[in-house]
Ligand binder design. Sequence first.
Ligand code: GLU
Length: 489
Amino acid sequence: MSDTVRVRFAPSPTGRLHIGGARTAIYNWAFARRHGGALVLRIDDTDPERSTEENTRAILSSLKWLGIDWDEGPEVDGGCGPYFQTQRTATYTAALTRLQEAGAVYPCFCSPEALAVKREAARTAGGFSGYDRTCCDLDAPTIAARTAAGKSHAWRLRVPDGRGDIVFTDAVRGESVFRADAMDDFVVARSDGSPTYNFATVVDDGEMEITHVIRGDDHLSNTPRQILVFEALGMAVPTFAHLSMIWGPDGKRLSKRHGAASVEDYRDLGYLPEALVNYLALLGWSLDDKTTMIDRDSLVANFSLERVSLNPAVFDAEKLDWMNGMYLRELSPGEFADRMAPHLVDAGLLSAEEVAEKQAWLLELAPLLAERVKRLDEVVPMVAFLFADSVTIDEDARVKVLEKEGAAAALDATHEALGALADFSPTAIEAALRSVPESTGIKAKIVFQSVRVAVTGSTVSLPLFESLSLLGKDRSLERIQAARSSLGD
Ligand code: GLU
């Protein structure tokens, strides 16, 4: 393919960027990059009630977070702007004028109420329920008189008589046929002059010289109408590629009901953007029958619409977790610390300044966690004991460990052994703790478990020697002392 590929991602800012939209964006991006083409980001903000600037900002930041960069769009002028549909009114008006001059559209004075009654009657009779062309052939004086009388009208596209079936080759779904006789003269501009989705989209795709429209198959039924608008405007019809929906495990379209749905939700849960991109890339596209890990470069080098699946993809949260864990383990300690830090700040465990001051400490902590978590939000409960002033000992741990015979003596002995250390490194701590069973005769398991519960509050925690070292000598001794005092003599 030549380097003239131009694709667009055209979200409506009526909500956050959800997982399905993100996948569409990723496919458009990968396709553009694969062919050395351009990705246009267009904001379809024509719904004034539901579109918000906040949603637009969230969509842009979600795309940036995913690493999806666009060549033209908000913040990046590429010469086809503006890239917000609400700022393109003049373009739509000019296109409508062209259609009016060509006689490709006509004014329709039918009221929504009258149309609804007719539609219902046609439906009951089991016939064609589209527009019955009442206003199709009004003569100029009638139009002028009604307009002069203040009657409002919409503009409908005249589906050419004898147009025949609308056939196109979808790059994913193959040949798609829509019967022309089922197609009515649809509205392209409402009575207030605003363009409908099918009109604005085509004007923009045409003006922006989009070569491939890659989008969800919820728009498949719009495509024949859009083709008619392209034809009426005398613009080249792009190649369409409709992506199958993403389903939840219950076989219903993925939505908020299934839990986290927006890219921001996934970010906050501690997924890495590279894992999410990898997962979504393979949710409906495959490199071959076996590859599960694919980085951005390989995705770009290999992406093709031919390998996009026709079947709906089922979202599998466990697989995403597994994949995220794989990516987490590939990070260097420094990278892991950087990715983890915002979660610690959000949880109120550290301030942004402390993150900078405690870099060395965070670098020691990172490898302990990387092995143990699949998502970064799991880090917070695991490390909370390191930040608290004191720990609350889990009741179960108290009964099962601290109240057992030998625990009090073990705490006394470990307090002494650790108190004597000048170097509080994990190796030195290990040696000191291992000497306790030898010198006291208390079982090693009781020694280690007692210290673990005293210091972390729980029987399950990060590795003991490292935890003590990270906590520091003074605080470790304080906690051992506090646990010991709580046991009495
Ligand atoms: N704004 C539309 C949507 O978010 C875009 C549809 C299209 O890609 O044509 O569904």
